[in-house]
Design a protein around this ligand. Structure first.
Ligand SMILES: Cc1cc2nc3c(=O)[nH]c(=O)nc-3n(C[C@H](O)[C@H](O)[C@H](O)COP(=O)(O)OP(=O)(O)OC[C@H]3O[C@@H](n4cnc5c(N)ncnc54)[C@H](O)[C@@H]3O)c2cc1C
Length: 283
């Protein structure tokens, strides 16, 4: 099949449905060598990407083992998962201990104060955490899987890396804000928006985000917002932009802590942004 051809006929859709689909299609993987999972969506069962199974080198496995031993010692000796879930709170000394170990900067390069471990070692740490305490797993993994560290590692400017990575590696908690009331799987319907100021130096952010894991404890948060449409091939295209937002900025409010059955110590919140001034360099 021609990769460029639309997979779904959008001609009979309403404007909102078409916009949502076009946004999703624009993000579609374009590489010819599809990942195994992407292939499944296209009806392919191609095991080439999975074999031979990528084993760790001795060096990276040893690095991971050393970290996991220290992490396991803290979990066993300093944390009580039943108490954390029963009280709905993670004690601050536990957070401090994990921060001293480097558990908030597992994949961040040592240049920025992190441990510089591999993705596989990060996954091994998540497995160990998950076998012990779901609440700690959510804290640590939301911080560095969807929070500020990973997008900066992948796409951040040098200035952003220098400014934010040392903070989050040291244990300043980060969060991620995409979902809104009625906007979960369908980000094209997003209401939160950010308009540039007349001098172009800032954006003014307005909206309300739902279910932000770590949001009630975060110092910094990645926020998705609609920004003015851009022209592409003669058509105006809606834009969604990711901003790094300081939680102590004027106009940022945690208005509710959401509680989840089975993850009672999740620091998950509804966060409102009212005329929050975000510097352009935080895109
Ligand atoms: C514990 C927890 C933590 C979370 N943390 C965060 C966070 O940190 N930051 C954040 O932004 N969000 C967070 N979320 C929100 C989460 O990302 C959303 O719940 C998720 O995107 C789904 O959105 P929704 O709940 O609105 O469900 P909906 O979008 O309403 O979907 C409901 C069901 O319908 C299905 N569905 C939807 N559209 C289609 C379609 N077109 N075709 C077929 N099936 C469809 C879905 O698969 C799903 O089964 C969290 C949620 C939970 C439960």
């Amino acid at each position: 099949m021609d990769e460029a051809a639309p997979v779904i006929d959008t001609s009979k859709m309403n404007e909102g449905q078409r916009a949502a689909l076009e946004l999703t299609e624009a993000a579609r993987e374009t590489s010819k060598a599809r990942t195994f999972a992407a292939g499944l969506f296209m009806g392919e069962f191609n095991l080439d990407g999975l074999r031979p199974f990528p084993e760790q080198s001795t060096e990276t496995r040893d690095q991971g083992d050393a970290f996991l031993q220290r992490l396991e010692k803290i979990l066993r000796e300093k944390t009580n998962p039943d108490e954390i879930d029963a009280t709905g709170e993670i004690p601050q000394p536990v957070m401090d201990e994990l921060a001293r170990l480097g558990a908030f900067g597992i994949k961040i390069s040592p240049e920025y104060g992190g441990l510089g471990l591999s993705q596989t070692n990060y996954c091994r740490a998540a497995m160990l955490l998950g076998s012990w305490c779901g609440n700690l797993t959510a804290l640590i993994s939301a911080h560095q899987s969807i929070g500020v560290p990973q997008p900066l590692i992948l796409f951040g400017t040098d200035a952003q890396k220098k400014k934010f990575l040392p903070r989050v590696a040291r244990g300043e908690i980060s969060a991620f804000a995409l979902t809104e009331n009625g906007v979960g799987s369908d980000p094209a319907a997003m209401i939160t928006h950010a308009e540039p100021t007349s001098d172009g130096k800032h954006f003014i952010l307005n909206g309300e985000k739902l279910w932000c894991t770590n949001g009630t404890k975060a110092g910094v948060i990645a926020v998705m917002a609609k920004t003015p449409p851009k022209e592409s091939k003669g058509k105006k295209k809606d834009q969604i932009t990711a901003f790094i937002v300081e939680m102590d900025s004027p106009g940022v409010e945690v208005i509710h802590r959401c509680r989840f059955m089975g993850l009672k110590a999740l620091y998950n919140g509804v966060i409102r942004f009212t005329n929050v001034l975000v510097p352009r360099e935080n895109i």
